[in-house]
Design a protein around this ligand. Structure first.
Ligand code: MSP
Length: 524
């Protein structure tokens, strides 16, 4: 049995999901769906991060309890992920009772091992980051570089975690395991931060932060969000310091933990140090994605440019999320920042999904009906060593190796490049001329090559566009589901002889967003 365990960051629930949160969940979903086509047992975890000062303040300002705010917003995240076809296996909330109980035990174990001590402290706290910042982290004007707000000076007696004790082991781990931080160019940033690492506060006084898990045996202190939040990745599997569950033993260590570049330090310094202290193996890879801007501007409530996935769905009257999922995955090279604008979205999905892929299938099926009454005869079936078949098989291998490096955008480009090759092949061989010249077998074999190529494309594109690819499979009269195709079983020549389609059954799998037929879609 091969297993694969993936996680996303868990989102703060002080607001509703926007396309930046969606970017990460889609990226992880595409990885999960691809690995399901290769491995036996994939487990995909996501969820919400619900404790801390931010939730406490937002709910107080709204005149509701923190729990009411969490319930309402956690539901918005779940609905949003359902609308985007995010195929997670578990949704954890840090307010889940079983998670809270294990957090207390984890904290206790760290205390018993001597990794946590009490200490009086004056520090600069940024609520946006839910983190203390060192003066070195601030901008010249003394602001948090991510939130551009002045951190609050906090003087408290807190519990501290001996992060500095793990400094050398962390540096060694990062240097010896080039896969641990991906993309690799981010590793230096972490190594630089490690040079100045100090012990960190892991609790807040209950007087200042009451919305959180109390320290066992000291309810004047609340466990501060990062131990609580980061541990979700193991509590979700049923980790218990006294008695780790079967699921924990089966899935941990995580194969990839997907996060945004802004929380890299927490995932590649704090998290592995906590795991070392608990004597638990480290995740194999932490994959940091870039940030999504809107029209090249950072999304922010104050600018008023925050876009939710449903805004895009409504603007273009989309019946399923595939075009949005696809665009988000190709808008930037994996790991780099990307941009969303209505114009770029429309142009990109029209070019790739409608013109390149959708039209290719549509016109080929129409020719099959026109010249062969929609039927494949046994001499249409081509050998697996013809040039197009070889290109198709090579594309599957390139897509797999891109995914092995988590290069989701680049893998999509491999698929588009292959569709370009097939389009060129159709134009060069001109099956309509072959039909006119009565070169029947030649013409039929060209069409067969295209249909088989479309079957390959339907399988490898399914992680990005599960609905479109299912439609492709239905147009090809396939019984299996596109998302369920195991890539290792994808063999050339499996479209059988027999009736494949008829005129009434042919439907476009993706309409241009500005086409007349897409009709009700608003013109942007
Ligand atoms: N709760 C913490 C994470 C705890 S993980 C144990 C948190 N929450 S968040 O809601 O602020 O962000 C959740 C994820 O969304 C992060 O990985 C963050 O990088 C990502 N994004 C938030 N805004 C984003 C963009 N504009 N673009 C891309 N991703 C962004 O941090």
């Amino acid at each position: 049995m091969t297993k694969y365990y993936l996680t996303t960051a868990i989102d703060y629930v002080n607001g509703a999901p926007h396309i930046g949160h969606a970017y990460e969940k889609i990226q992880t979903d595409v990885l999960a769906r691809h690995y399901r086509q290769r491995y036996d047992d994939v487990f995909f975890l996501t969820g919400t991060d619900e404790h801390g000062i931010k939730i406490q303040k937002t709910s107080a300002a709204m005149g509701i309890t923190p729990k009411e705010l969490c319930d309402a917003n956690a539901n918005k995240f779940k609905e949003c992920w359902a609308g985007l076809d995010i195929s997670y296996n578990k949704f954890i909330r840090t307010t889940d009772k079983d998670h809270e109980a294990i957090i207390q035990k984890i904290f206790k174990k760290l205390q018993d091992n001597g990794d946590i001590y009490k200490h009086s402290y004056t520090g600069l706290y940024c609520t946006g980051c839910e983190s203390f910042l060192s003066p070195r982290d601030l901008t010249e004007d003394g602001l948090c570089p991510d939130h551009l707000k002045k951190p609050e000076e906090v003087k408290e007696e807190n519990y501290f975690f001996k992060l500095s004790k793990y400094k050398d082991r962390l540096i060694e781990h990062i240097k010896n395991n080039p896969d641990f931080i991906q993309p690799a160019f981010r590793a230096n940033e972490v190594l630089n931060q490690l040079e100045h690492i100090e012990d960190i506060s892991v609790s807040r006084s209950k007087d200042s932060v009451s919305w959180g898990v109390p320290v066992l045996g000291d309810d004047t202190q609340t466990i501060y969000v990062w131990i609580d939040a980061l541990s979700n990745y193991i509590t979700a599997l049923g980790y218990d310091p006294e008695n780790p569950s079967e699921n924990f033993k089966k899935y941990w260590p995580a194969d990839v933990q997907v996060i945004g570049k802004d929380i890299l330090k927490f995932h590649t310094i704090y998290w592995p140090a906590f795991l070392m202290a608990l004597d638990i193996p480290l995740p194999k890879t932490v994959l940091a994605h870039g940030w999504i801007t809107i029209d090249q501007t950072k999304m922010s409530k104050s600018i008023g440019n925050v876009i939710a996935p449903k805004d895009v769905m409504e603007t273009f009257n989309l019946e399923h999320p595939d075009a949005f999922r696809y665009f988000m995955m190709v808008t930037a090279p994996t790991g780099r920042d990307g941009n969303y604008s209505d114009m770029e979205f429309k142009e990109r999905v029209n070019a790739d999904l409608a013109n390149n892929i959708g039209n290719l299938l549509n016109r080929t099926l129409n020719m099959l009906v026109k010249y062969f009454d929609g039927e494949i005869k046994s001499d249409f079936i081509t050998a697996s060593d013809n040039e197009i078949a070889k290109e198709a098989q090579k594309t599957v291998e390139s897509v797999k190796s891109r995914f092995d490096k988590f290069e989701v955008a680049e893998a999509a480009q491999e698929i588009v490049n292959f569709a370009n090759v097939v389009n060129k092949y159709v134009n060069d061989t001109a099956p309509w001329s072959l039909a006119k010249e009565e070169k029947i077998t030649e013409c039929a074999q060209v069409l067969y090559n295209v249909l088989e190529s479309m079957r390959f494309i339907g399988a490898i594109l399914a992680p990005y566009c599960p609905n479109i690819c299912q439609d492709i499979y239905e147009q090809l009269n396939r019984e299996e589901k596109a998302v369920d195709v195991k890539l290792d079983n994808l063999r050339w020549g499996e479209i059988p002889a027999g009736k494949l389609t008829e005129k009434e059954k042919i439907k476009p799998v993706f309409l241009r967003l500005d086409s007349e037929i897409a009709g009700a879609a608003k013109k942007v």
